[in-house]
Design a protein. Structure first.
Length: 504
């Protein structure tokens, strides 16, 4: 009987969910859905010194925002609950006892000072060892006495009893990585003196107990793989398949850090990036999508993909082995297009409602009729090629929400492109030409502007620059016809008259 493919995302609640963590969760989600399996959110909180209150909530909030839905988790429960490691201590103690009883582990009573001195001595001798195994051969009577009086101690893995295990090819790196124990401490600690397990023991026990078949995690865990395989061997358990995801890098090639840009998912949420775009961006980072889609049916999606399309096209063997640079320009491109799809699709009213909140905050005194969902939806359609993130709607074209600023550098520069006597003549003629035109008819608006040019015998540039200046005070923006359609006759007439009276 084939096992159900089971994956897990197992963050530590030591702070906000970062982009690297979201990418790991994403690929676990994608693989689980691709293979018809399931995945769990598991909270690995055994390092009590690093816990940050509120972190679990932020992790869940980030996953929910991204649309990455786990099947099992702390608040959902499931057949392998609980899904928080601090609630599973009895289980880790049972497995620790198994290792002690089989001789694959032993109790170590060495204090911090002795351990530090021992490590220093070994280094001076040129040894790679980090511990001299002083407690390995303590008598059972001595151990029992020390435990009985409550002497603090840890439990260590007995490396000498375990044969090296050759791992299966990595799901991402294949056979291109060399696994060695050289970088691992001698007889690593499995159970700490506070009776909490180390990450290594808890992770192996939970992956077995939760019937995890595939472990997708960051590249930083590659050096620990030999230790994890040792534990599987010592416990007589079958390991899952492992895949390690290359690290993400800043645009300058350095390791991601807060000093170099946004790394928290919360940053992208607060700045108004579309979750679909961020997910799309992270999926493409290091994935040769064009190689993957070439092997699928014709018409497969390009870079712009929904989560469903990502799942359909994803092939883990097409992930690069190299660490990958995050390209902010790529995110901007994807966000603009995902936002455009929403504006043009069935979610336009939801987007407009979000935008309305942004507009109200930017323009507290705005007339309510210019803050309705229908009006803002029309503005977004006109600005869809110019707005990268939704927050831009308040600054991309402020003249749709307030009177133009004719004192700005842009307005002054634009005014200079039209000769003084032409400017008022165009305004007067435009007022007459637009008087009986229905503003919802773009063709008639265009024809009316053309008639101004014909009647006055001036150039198209004179007409359009005059109108753009009077209506917006900005050199850049949508077409004059689109601007007229949104402003409507009332605001158009008012602005043309203000400009005419001031001959700005």
């Amino acid at each position: 009987m084939n096992k159900i493919p089971r994956f897990r995302f197992a963050p530590s609640p030591t702070g906000s969910l970062h982009l690297g963590g979201l990418r790991t969760a994403l690929f676990n989600h994608v693989m689980a859905r691709k293979l018809g399996g399931e995945w769990a959110l598991r909270i690995e909180d055994t390092d009590r010194s690093r816990l940050v209150p509120g972190s679990v909530g932020e992790i869940r909030k980030g996953l929910e925002w991204a649309g990455i839905t786990y099947d099992r988790g702390p608040e959902l429960g499931g057949p392998h609950a609980p899904y928080t490691q601090s609630e599973r201590l009895d289980l880790y103690h049972q497995y620790t006892k198994k290792l002690l009883d089989s001789g694959h582990a032993y109790r170590c009573f060495c204090g911090p000072e002795r351990l530090s001195e021992t490590k220093e001595k070994l280094q001076k001798l040129g040894s790679n060892s980090t511990y001299d195994r002083a407690c390995l051969n303590l008598s059972e009577e001595d151990i029992a006495r020390r435990v009985r009086v409550g002497e603090k101690h840890v439990v260590r893995l007995n490396d000498t009893t375990i044969q090296d295990v050759k791992p299966a090819p990595d799901l991402v790196f294949g056979t291109s990585v060399q696994h060695t124990h050289a970088g691992l401490p001698t007889d690593p600690i499995l159970l700490k003196s506070d009776l909490f397990p180390t990450y290594h023991l808890a992770s192996v026990v939970d992956d077995h107990e939760m019937e995890i078949t595939h472990v997708l995690r960051g590249e930083e865990w590659l050096p620990s793989l030999p230790l994890h395989l040792d534990l599987y061997s010592a416990l007589g358990l079958e390991p899952p398949r492992f895949g390690h995801l290359p690290l993400l890098l800043n645009p300058d090639g350095t390791k991601m850090s807060k000093r170099k840009g946004d790394v928290r998912v919360l940053d992208y949420m607060e700045k108004g990036w579309e979750p679909e775009a961020v997910v799309n961006w992270l999926a493409l980072t290091g994935w040769n999508i064009h190689r993957s889609t070439a092997e699928h049916e014709p018409g497969a999606p390009g870079d712009l993909m929904t989560l469903e399309q990502i799942i359909h096209a994803f092939d883990i063997t097409h992930l690069t082995h190299r660490r990958t640079i995050l390209d902010p320009g790529k995110l901007a491109f994807l966000n603009r297009h995902h936002l455009h799809k929403k504006v043009e699709g069935t979610t336009d009213q939801l987007i407009a409602e979000r935008a309305a909140g942004i507009i109200r905050a930017a323009y507290p005194d705005i007339d309510s009729q210019w803050c309705t969902r229908d009006y803002i939806s029309r503005v977004l359609r006109v600005l869809s090629d110019r707005v990268i993130i939704l927050q831009d709607v308040g600054t991309a074209a402020p003249y749709f929400f307030e009177s133009p600023d004719y004192t700005s550098d842009s307005a002054i520069s634009l005014r200079k492109t039209v000769k003084g006597d032409v400017y008022p003549r165009v305004l007067k003629q435009a007022l007459r030409a637009l008087e009986s035109v229905p503003y919802e008819d773009a063709t008639q608006l265009h024809d009316a502007l053309g008639s101004v040019k014909t009647e006055l015998g001036v150039g198209t540039r004179d007409v359009m620059n005059t109108m753009r200046h009077a209506l917006t005070g900005s050199k850049i923006g949508p077409s004059v016809v689109e601007i007229l359609g949104l402003l409507g006759p009332g605001r158009t007439n008012s602005r043309l008259k203000v400009a005419l009276e001031g001959k700005l």
